[in-house]
Design a protein around this ligand. Structure first.
Ligand code: GLY
Length: 333
């Protein structure tokens, strides 16, 4: 489906006229710049937003929305782009391993109906986001871990492959020279990929995929596959997802918190900022780790906020695929 048709279809969905109006040149907007339909009612803007600079991933997700497919399909397709990128060392193939040299992946996905699927500590399978979707759609469970997740993936037709690339093996060998264990704030401007999308029907879905903390202890699982921590979607309100040090996101159930703050009337931006402030309030030293949150509400408004400088997001909306540097808390000034 061509972009204009997609946007017009979004308009016809009843919730999305607005998106169309904005994109094809009408200026029906409220003072807060939220587009409105002919009756003056605020409505939904289709959007894809992701943590970090992941143009190709958001472009793929947007392409899926343009085809008239669901936000859930868009999320899976977008996350797969980064999982297949062997140069990225924080997601999918090429992810940095744990202390023992094993690449272990965590991912989850959540749909408009509140269904949820998750895999933790998955080895040898490049696309954990797709395995997570299969857990959601083909099993009575929401989470599969370790050997069981791997077995389920193989039985579902996924192929086993070595995920430790030469680049990441060399980085691990170098790390072993000192074995100094420090959380890594931000690996080459790329870390856990969290993604949220709203489709032409105004429905929201989200996904989150990661190889977790580099050189973590064997068995460690972070926030990314945990409902409410790394990701949460409530189709009546909005969605949120996280990147950064999972231990801190888990302790404050960050994504659920953001959605609940939006339910209470906060904008996505205000909610992300408050979730970061919650982490700050619980920590004496906030200099040594990074957290970044992104959120979207039911109108298609987005927000993002980091703990440290250097958190970037990519947003595809109204036909434009754009990077932005996030505002952040720890200005150290
Ligand atoms: N946010 C990814 C992790 O901590 O594993």
């Amino acid at each position: 489906m061509k972009r204009r048709t997609f946007i017009q279809n979004a308009s016809l969905s009843g919730v999305g006229l607005v998106a169309g109006a904005a994109a094809i040149g009408c200026n029906n907007k409220t003072e807060s710049n939220v587009p409105v339909d002919a009756a003056g009612k605020e409505a939904v803007l289709p959007v894809v937003i992701a943590t970090w600079n992941v143009h190709d991933a958001t472009a793929k997700a947007w392409e899926v929305l343009e085809e008239g497919r669901s936000a859930l399909d868009a999320i899976e397709a977008g996350c797969r782009v980064e999982e297949a990128n062997a140069e990225g060392q924080s997601v999918g193939i090429g992810g940095l391993p744990d202390r023992d040299g094993n690449v272990t992946l965590d991912a989850c996905i959540m749909d408009k109906d509140g269904n949820y699927g998750s895999v933790v500590y998955l080895q040898d399978i490049k696309h954990p986001i797709s395995v997570a979707r299969k857990v959601m759609e083909d099993t009575p469970h929401v989470m599969l871990a370790g050997a069981g997740a791997r077995q389920f993936a193989l039985e579902s037709g996924f192929e086993a492959e070595d995920l430790l690339t030469e680049k990441s093996r060399k980085a691990w060998e170098k790390w072993k020279e000192t074995s100094e264990y420090k959380p890594i704030i931000n690996i080459e401007n790329h870390d856990t990929i969290g993604m949220l999308a709203i489709d032409a029907n105004g429905d929201i879905a989200g996904g989150c995929t990661t190889s977790g903390l580099a050189y973590k202890m064997a068995g460690r699982v972070g926030d990314s596959p945990i409902i409410g921590a790394g990701l949460f979607v409530d189709n009546e309100i909005g969605g949120a997802t996280a990147t950064g040090l999972g231990e801190e996101v888990l302790k404050t159930v960050g994504s659920f918190l953001i959605v609940e703050l939006m339910r209470q009337g906060k904008s996505p931006q205000q909610a992300c900022k408050e979730a970061i402030q919650r982490i700050v309030a619980k920590n004496d030293n906030i200099d040594n780790f990074q957290i970044g949150y992104i959120a979207v509400n039911k109108k298609g408004e987005v927000g993002y906020y980091g703990l440290q400088e250097g958190f970037w997001v990519t947003k595809y909306q109204e036909g434009k695929n754009e990077n932005s540097a996030s505002d952040y808390y720890n200005k150290k000034s």
